[in-house]
Design a protein around this ligand. Structure first.
Ligand SMILES: [Zn+2]
Length: 374
């Protein structure tokens, strides 16, 4: 049994005391309020990750495994490996790698909870950094993918023919359907929510917007959404617009949309079949036409959100608790309470990660690896 002392974020608020755990949290014991020490918060749950440390989930093989090991160092204790638009056989190869990472979990690595299928069932008019090659979705195609690895989240453009009718069938398979990479109108988006869609993919990016006479997907999300994911690198979405979304969407949660360029120096990388360039923290398509995912890690996401004046407990909920609730795993992840898996992040006074525990196993923190990572 391990024990850490500090200021522990629990569902009831901050407790000054000790947290005792093996693979699960066994007890949280309050001590005198004078106990100081580090902040201990739940491990981050990132529901949209393409890559990191030079590897991309679409490479298949052991790529998903490497990506999960990389992001663990920055406090991500569970994630959804996210695929790009590509030919069905290449998506299947990526899913095979995701299934392998799930089957052979390495201690001290982020738990791969399944796949987020970002393409190919999106709109050719809102590709963003996705390559051409979109396909209309059918239950049969999705089931073929799901037979390889569990599809937990699927990004869908609801305005594509037959997609609205398909949503209830996807939801019945246990898939969270998110509106994204979409030119849908407000009305079509509302119809998608009524059919069972429950989220929005990188809110504001790759979708129709907020025009007051012609509202689109983002406006429908603000008017009706309970959950939505957003990239808080402060490049994809202006801080003022993040504040607006925080007022409107109760369980807005944050993702990295990280690519292979995360944790790597400036230079050339791939995102699926797309050539991308990392320059000064941003990742763009090689022709410069579009942002192409990010080089964000969840610890940097946390510090970015603190610069907006957000409270640490609120930031933590949006990096851990709400994504766990959205995925239906809040009974064992996303909050620090007795019985939950011991997924912990330890922060110093500058909100830098000093230690990460994944199901009780300590993982080397970025500070330890400072010599090897830029
Ligand atoms: Zn993405």
């Amino acid at each position: 049994m391990r024990q850490l002392r500090g200021q522990i974020l629990t569902p009831a608020g901050w407790i000054h005391g000790d947290i005792q755990f093996d693979d699960r949290i066994r007890a949280i014991k309050e001590r005198a309020a004078s106990v100081d020490g580090p902040r201990i918060i739940p491990g981050f749950i990132d529901l949209h990750v393409h890559g990191g440390a030079g590897r991309d989930v679409m490479q298949g093989g052991d790529a998903a495994r490497s990506v999960a090991a990389f992001h663990a160092r920055f406090g991500t204790t569970a994630l959804l490996a996210t695929t790009m638009t590509d030919s069905p056989s290449r998506v299947e190869a990526a899913l095979t790698g995701i299934a392998a990472a799930m089957a052979a979990h390495q201690p001290g690595s982020a738990r791969v909870l399944g796949a987020h299928l970002e393409g190919p069932f999106i709109s050719s008019t809102r590709l963003g950094a996705q390559p051409p090659g979109v396909l209309p979705a059918t239950l049969q195609k999705v089931q073929r993918f799901a037979a390889i690895a569990p599809i937990r989240v699927l990004t869908l453009a609801p305005e594509v023919a037959d997609h609205l009718d398909l949503i209830p069938e996807l939801v019945a398979q246990g898939i969270r359907v998110q509106v994204g990479h979409s030119s849908a109108s407000y009305e079509t988006t509302l119809a998608a929510l009524q059919q069972g869609a429950s989220g929005f993919t990188h809110l504001f990016n790759g979708m129709t917007g907020m025009s007051h006479r012609d509202p689109g997907v983002a406006a429908a999300a603000m008017a009706h959404g309970e959950y939505a994911e957003l990239i808080p690198d402060l490049e994809h979405v202006h801080p003022g617009t993040i504040r607006q979304a925080l007022r409107a969407i109760p369980k807005l949660y944050f993702i990295t949309d990280a690519t292979a360029a995360a944790g790597m120096p400036d230079g050339d990388y791939t995102l699926g079949t797309q050539a991308v360039v990392k320059c000064q923290g941003c990742v763009r398509l090689k022709d410069g036409s579009s942002l192409a995912g990010s080089s964000l890690t969840m610890d940097q996401a946390l510090r970015n959100l603190l610069t907006l004046g957000m409270d640490l407990a609120d930031v933590s909920a949006r990096l851990s608790r709400y994504p766990a609730e959205y995925l239906g795993i809040a009974h064992e992840r996303g909050q620090l309470r007795a019985g939950s898996l011991a997924d912990l992040v330890v922060l110093d006074e500058h909100a830098q990660v000093t230690d990460v525990y994944l199901e009780g196993v300590r993982c080397p923190a970025p500070a330890v690896l400072a010599g090897t990572l830029p």
